[in-house]
Design a binder for this molecule. Structure first.
Ligand SMILES: [Zn+2]
Length: 209
């Protein structure tokens, strides 16, 4: 239900699976929930789908209770965030939930649905990320890929509807993932959204704090 004809990240994950990988992680920081990606792998434990997104928001899916189905139970991790959240909330979400889950899963490949529409300037959404936050998240995911995937990570461009924010966010993320350089961002005090999301994630992932 997004603006794409082909879901590049889902196709890449399916291709990686067909090529013999057993653990592919998709991290979706686009501001919209990736309902198509989630649906494609909802019952598949071999593809872990983790999403941060504004919630409630278009397309309406991505509640914290959507955790996968059948054998894929636990391998969908949704971290819905209240409108207005910024760098500190994303850093807390990564440190409390996303990075521990990834390190426990030990992906052989990390694919990132790298939308830049959670930026403060974006005209469609109401999250307030700075460019530095994209750099920080990209660097953190590079670290995950280095630990378990031999460094294999791809950032795949998705949303982003303000050209200035797109340029600065993309530059920071590219530096973070290619060079491992990024500015630090402050971590927010724990917020209710993350309390809820960690409670649910903890049922499947013992390292979530
Ligand atoms: Zn989007």
């Amino acid at each position: 239900m997004g603006f794409c004809l082909l879901n590049n990240v889902a196709i890449a994950a399916a291709h990686a699976r067909a090529s013999g990988l057993d653990r592919v992680a998709i991290v979706d920081w686009d501001v919209h929930h990736g309902n198509g990606t989630q649906d494609a792998f909802v019952d598949d434990p071999n593809v872990l789908y983790i999403s941060t997104h504004q919630f409630p928001f278009y397309p309406g899916t991505g509640a914290v209770s959507e955790t996968g189905e059948g054998e894929g139970k636990g391998y969908t991790v949704n971290v819905p965030l209240t409108a207005g959240g910024g760098d500190g909330v994303y850093r807390a979400a990564f440190e409390r939930i996303i990075l521990p889950v990834l390190e426990e899963y030990r992906p052989q490949l990390v694919l990132v649905s790298a939308g830049f529409d959670a930026s403060a300037r974006d005209p469609l959404a109401e999250m307030t990320l700075s460019a530095d936050a994209f750099g920080w998240m990209a660097r953190a995911l590079r670290g995950v890929a280095e630990k378990s995937a031999g460094g294999k990570i791809a950032l795949v461009l998705e949303g982003g509807y303000d050209l200035v924010a797109l340029e600065s966010g993309l530059l920071a993320a590219t530096r973070g993932v290619c060079e491992g350089t990024a500015l630090d961002i402050a971590r927010a005090p724990d917020v209710e959204d993350l309390e809820r999301a960690s409670r649910v994630a903890r049922e499947a992932w013992k390292t979530v704090g």
